[in-house]
Design a protein. Structure first.
Length: 72
């Protein structure tokens, strides 16, 4: 079970990094394209909300990798 938790931790960290990359690249692409005009308002709000959530997922993975969730 410990090895499953470690692999899941690695997976969570990788997914958090990839999701931040995807959101940022999508935001940059849509803002630079200029369509729609409200993209410059929408994406900073989404990024402000999403980045702390993704950091939390990464920390969850880090703790799972370092066996911080072991019982007594």
């Amino acid at each position: 079970m410990k090895s499953i938790k470690k692999y899941a931790g690695i997976l969570w960290m990788i997914l958090s990094i990839l999701s931040v990359y995807y959101v940022l690249s999508t935001a940059i692409t849509e803002i630079s394209a200029g369509e729609p005009e409200d993209a410059s308002i929408f994406w900073p709000i989404i990024i402000t909300i999403f980045i702390p959530i993704a950091i939390g997922f990464g920390l969850f993975g880090w703790y799972a990798l370092n066996e911080e969730y072991e019982e007594g």
